[in-house]
Design a protein around this ligand. Structure first.
Ligand code: ADP
Length: 149
């Protein structure tokens, strides 16, 4: 059983995340979409809401599980017996950021990272942009899956 963990804050989940997960589905037997909990970080949506959005979005996909974790992503992968960390790449800044983390995770924990390039139509979508729009009372519904409010 080939498992991957797709880690993130998902504050909130966007169509960019969904694009990456859907592209990865044929590659894995199970994808665990995992919300990393960082006590020092302030989130716009509560953990319960972020988790509920994920569960609702992937309710009809049996290969996708939703989880939360604290601590290192690579340690969570070991715990759930996932061999891969799945990440999406939008641009070279994403790549530069991901490269050192991926190499460290391989070197220290033997966990490989798998990168998929998202659709160019989604490359401007990020949780940060959604939060900015939400903060100013704007309509962000075209950036997120149905059910995220
Ligand atoms: P983090 O808090 O670790 O940045 P995010 O929730 O922002 O996590 O993102 C999780 C993953 O989804 C990352 O690999 C990120 O690059 C990817 N991702 C987010 N938005 C997009 C997008 N529009 N296209 C491709 N990948 C994306």
């Amino acid at each position: 059983m080939i498992k991957a963990v797709f880690p993130g804050s998902f504050d909130p989940i966007t169509l960019g995340h969904v694009d990456i997960i859907e592209r990865a589905l044929p590659l894995f037997d199970e994808i665990i979409v995992a919300i990393g909990i960082n006590a020092e970080k302030k989130y716009m949506w509560s953990l319960d809401d972020r988790k509920a959005f994920l569960e609702k979005t992937f309710a009809r996909e049996p290969k996708i599980k939703v989880a939360t974790y604290t601590g290192l992503t690579a340690e969570f992968c070991k715990k759930v017996k996932a061999r891969y960390i799945l990440r999406g790449l939008r641009n070279t800044s994403d790549f530069a950021y991901e490269q050192t983390i991926a190499q460290a995770n391989d070197n220290a924990f033997g966990v490989d990272s798998m990168f998929l390039m998202g659709s160019p139509e989604m490359s401007y979508i990020s949780s940060t942009v959604v939060r900015d729009i939400a903060r100013h009372g704007g309509d962000y519904s075209s950036f997120v899956p149905p059910g995220v409010q």
